[in-house]
Design a protein around this ligand. Structure first.
Ligand SMILES: Nc1ncnc2c1ncn2[C@@H]1O[C@H](COP(=O)(O)OP(=O)(O)O)[C@@H](O)[C@H]1O
Ligand SMILES: [Mg+2]
Length: 246
């Protein structure tokens, strides 16, 4: 594996019974890059992320993360180098926002100052003492990001981080992606928002029905397919254009 790659995936396949959720996905994510998985519901984004993070295993294919080959068993110590933000929240609802972070900070041996820094950075300082069960969706998502960043992971992976959020929370989260990259870290994010992928990602893989329909820098896609000239373009339009015979 190239030293410059944080993630390398070759011909990844995943079957659920007779259903092929991933039909041979390959891509590499360079160190320091924001890499987007863009696709509609059911495309295979979460399945890909779950394999990268070791939540499920692949049916076949190769996965290498931070120099470690994933072969059935997830290597010890690798998870401590990754930060995860899932679609579903798994926070302790009865604990306050701050105490949720304290719980994980203790697991990772993270100092209290880091918690206060993140609570402030993600505009949660006023709500930090309140039970998470009373948080809005956007506040929970921001707390999840604080939790994912507690131990300063080398690789941050976010599955649809802004889906269904209020615009203010979505903007805070998008800023977090850019900030994290500026700190020299690598980010993988999935989204079904074309505009978000364009704004945040250095390169984007268009995922459709378990395959990568295209992979390039957003500006190259736009130039190649003249996407800028269209007033309102949907994800479906893009797939139609990419899949159109030349
Ligand atoms: N645990 C599962 N059992 C059976 N099918 C699944 C399971 N998880 C995902 N799938 C199927 O795999 C495909 C890809 O799903 P997913 O990765 O969740 O897509 P996305 O995150 O892009 O919306 C879908 O057809 C979905 O129904
Ligand atoms: Mg998903």
């Amino acid at each position: 594996m190239s030293e410059r790659n944080t993630v390398e995936i070759v011909d990844l396949k995943k079957h659920y019974g007779g259903h092929a959720a991933l039909q041979g996905i390959s891509f590499s994510v360079k160190k320091g890059e924001v890499f987007g998985l863009l696709g509609p519901n059911g495309a295979g984004k979460t399945t890909t992320i779950n394999i990268i993070t070791g939540l499920i295993s692949a049916s076949s294919g190769q996965v290498k993360i931070l120099g470690r080959e994933i072969n059935g068993k997830y290597p010890a110590g690798l998870r401590n180098r990754i930060g995860l933000v899932f679609e579903e929240s798994n926070l302790y609802k009865r604990l306050s926002g701050r105490d949720n972070l304290v719980f994980f900070a203790n697991l990772y041996g993270v100092k209290r100052e880091r918690i206060e820094y993140l609570l402030t950075e993600y505009k949660l300082q006023d709500a930090a003492g309140r039970a998470v069960g009373k948080y809005s969706k956007g506040m929970k998502k921001r707390l999840l990001i604080c939790r994912a960043l507690l131990h300063k992971p080398e690789l941050l992976i976010m599955d649809e981080p802004t889906g269904g959020l209020d615009p203010i929370s979505a903007d805070i989260i998008r800023a977090a992606v850019t900030d994290y990259q500026q700190a020299g870290k690598t980010v993988i994010l999935s989204t079904h928002y074309l505009e978000e992928a364009d704004r945040l990602c250095d390169r984007v893989a268009f995922v459709s029905e378990g395959k990568i329909a295209g992979l390039d820098r957003p500006e190259n896609f736009k130039r190649k397919y003249q996407l800028d000239n269209r007033e309102e373009i949907t994800l479906q339009d893009v797939f139609r254009i990419i899949n159109r015979p030349d």
